[in-house]
Design a protein around this ligand. Sequence first.
Ligand SMILES: Nc1ncnc2c1ncn2[C@@H]1O[C@H](COP(=O)(O)OP(=O)(O)O)[C@@H](O)[C@H]1O
Ligand SMILES: [Mg+2]
Length: 191
Amino acid sequence: MAHAVDAHERRLHYGHAGAVIWLTGLSGSGKSSLAMGLEQALMRLGYSCYVLDGDNIRSGLNSDLGFGDADRSENIRRIGEVAALFADAGLVCITAFISPFLADRALARARCKQGFHEIHVAADLAACEARDPKGLYKKARAGQLPSFTGIGSPYEPPVHPECVISTGTEALSDSLATLLDYVRHAVPLAR
Ligand SMILES: Nc1ncnc2c1ncn2[C@@H]1O[C@H](COP(=O)(O)OP(=O)(O)O)[C@@H](O)[C@H]1O
Ligand SMILES: [Mg+2]
């Protein structure tokens, strides 16, 4: 059955359209830091938004999935579906996953009826490996994480992202300001 509430009514309710802000980039590039900062900044401006990140997805909805290619694709497929539902509900859904494969991100975009914004969180491998906030690169170099993105498994960068944030060369506060500016223009507040 169709919803009795349409997209226009939801937009009036929230004061903005629903959208997916899809962050993609290597481990350690700054996706989670930017996502959490963006969520807080948007909420303080009056947006209704929510971050999907490893912690609230891998532990529950996708707890049955591992890190092989097929499971990685299924992980992103489910995240794309959930993000599309959040956007359909009228929220700004921010996702913070490596999402290394072009085809998986294209599917997420195709499944999203509201605005889909692919944000390349662009820090090169050397910068991410130097940061190594979770010690994962060290483990991957030691052969303990065989399909780690950037080392044992490829990262396919976006071809036509809506926005690129140079997180390898600038301060987090500058990256966040650029991203916030992008989202405020792309998903304007009506009130
Ligand atoms: N411009 C920047 N944007 C985002 N993070 C940055 C930036 N500069 C340095 N960092 C740091 O890099 C690390 C990125 O970690 P995290 O956000 O967990 O990355 P990811 O979620 O992509 O794996 C954090 O310690 C963050 O403070
Ligand atoms: Mg993260």
